[in-house]
Design a protein around this ligand. Structure first.
Ligand code: HEM
Ligand code: HEM
Length: 189
């Protein structure tokens, strides 16, 4: 049963939000360019720390997003800040797009590895040599999944950037408590 909304997100929602935001930024910075060329030249992606970190962070983001969605279903009600209907609609659409990108960007990465016959290489020497079930699925030949994945990786950063600008606009111009609702370190009355 959801209680009446407070003016802050609960601590677990804040933790999910900020750990995910940092992981997405780091995954983007470490996004491996020239991956196809490496494979073509017979280089083992597991010997490149940027790829290993990128894939590990990407999996972390995927797992956190799945757990976070479960939490959203049962958590205390999210804060409800009063705002015009159109602004609320745009904000809801932006969140929906972010949730979708947080889930499908990693999924397209698995399709990339499967269709290119590349191993999944993770921190701690963990690796899965072949994602054969993906390579043989009907999805593999439908697109150049490396290009799709890179495009979605760029899109999430652009959208998160706009989302951050919107949060700052709420704080500085509208002064309506939207940004503070997601900040763990600011006390409100
Ligand atoms: C939300 C999470 C992720 C984001 C934001 C992201 C972002 C990106 C970006 C921007 C690129 C293009 C880099 C460039 O061309 O300079 C890229 C490439 C790549 N990413 Fe991710 N990624 C994510 C998750 C993952 C995961 C989970 C994996 C593996 C399990 C992965 C594996 C790869 C691979 C193999 C490439 C090279 C694709 C190619 O060129 O064929 N990524 N990623
Ligand atoms: C990659 C970076 C980011 C991603 C993927 C992201 C994603 C999201 C998502 C999915 C929500 C809904 C959360 C929920 O219902 O629990 C949210 C809320 C929020 N985010 Fe972000 N975010 C990012 C970065 C940022 C940054 C940098 C800021 C601030 C400068 C920010 C400020 C906020 C605020 C204030 C909310 C609550 C908004 C509201 O309830 O209307 N986010 N974010």
């Amino acid at each position: 049963m959801k209680k009446s909304p407070s003016n802050r997100y609960d601590p677990l929602s804040m933790a999910f939000h900020w750990v995910t935001a940092i992981a997405v930024l780091m995954a983007f910075i470490l996004g491996p360019g020239g991956f196809g060329r490496l494979l073509h030249n017979g280089v083992d992606p597991g010997t490149h720390s940027d790829i290993v970190w990128h894939e590990s962070l990407g999996i972390l983001i995927f797992v956190l997003t799945a757990l976070r969605l479960l939490w959203v279903a049962v958590r205390p009600a999210a804060p409800q800040v009063a705002m015009p209907g159109l602004m609320r609609l745009v904000s809801k659409l932006a969140h929906l797009a972010l949730w979708t990108l947080l889930l499908i960007t990693p999924i397209t990465a698995f399709l990339t590895l499967g269709s290119e016959g590349a191993p999944l290489t993770l921190l701690g020497g963990l690796r899965v040599e072949q994602l054969g079930f993906i390579a043989h699925s009907f999805l593999a030949p439908l697109a150049d999944w490396g290009d799709v994945h890179s495009l979605l990786g760029d899109a999430i950063i652009w959208l998160a950037g706009l989302h951050a600008v919107a949060a700052l606009f709420h704080h500085i111009k509208l002064q309506d408590g939207v940004l503070v609702s997601m900040l763990p370190w600011i006390k409100v009355r």
